[in-house]
Design a protein around this ligand. Structure first.
Ligand SMILES: [Cu+2]
Length: 178
């Protein structure tokens, strides 16, 4: 397998390439993509400028729910900090950036004022129990297995559209109890 991959990755010497080799390259490439997909379990990501958005996901919500959480990682490969300023989506009336923390045994959740900084060369995780997006005023319930899109706006990198993968409801009590 690895020998085939090395062969396929070599620069193609212009018109010298024979059709048999071209077909072989395509088959190997398709196989490699399949293999990669199986390994990573449908992880997906997006890039904008120096930023990489890793695996945006949300949770299915029970009927009548008005809010849902949104989670992903942001990696800043650049040498200057950036800032996540705003989020928009069609699935809800609005989307806010929230921070959840536990103080003296009491769980609190509040909007993050002024956006979320992503340090130069750093990585910030939005995850249950910490920073997260909150989709407020759901227009429909996100269903497990589907995706919905949202647009993230960064101060320097600009705007990027990402797809949130909707996962199962499990553990829904750890966020958005209100
Ligand atoms: Cu929240």
């Amino acid at each position: 397998m690895s020998q085939f991959l090395r062969t396929a990755a070599r620069p193609i010497p212009g018109s010298v390439l024979r059709s048999f080799e071209a077909r072989l390259g395509i088959v190997v490439l398709a196989f490699a993509l399949l293999f990669a997909g199986a390994q990573t379990g449908f992880a997906h990501g997006f890039k904008i400028g120096d930023l990489e958005i890793g695996h945006p996901w949300s949770r299915a919500t029970p009927a009548g729910a008005k809010v849902a959480g949104g989670y992903f990682t942001i990696t800043n490969k650049g040498s200057t900090p950036d800032r996540l300023l705003s989020i928009s989506t069609d699935i809800s009336d609005k989307a806010e950036l929230h921070e959840m923390s536990v103080k003296d045994g009491v769980m609190t959740m509040r909007p993050v004022a002024g956006g979320l900084e992503i340090p130069a060369g750093g990585k910030v995780a939005l995850a249950p129990g910490g920073y997260h997006l909150m989709f407020i005023g759901l227009k429909r319930q996100p269903k497990q297995g589907e995706t919905f899109s949202a647009t993230l706006t960064f101060e320097k990198a600009g705007t990027v559209s990402v797809d949130f993968a909707v996962e199962g409801m499990g553990g829904a009590t750890d966020d958005h109890a209100d």
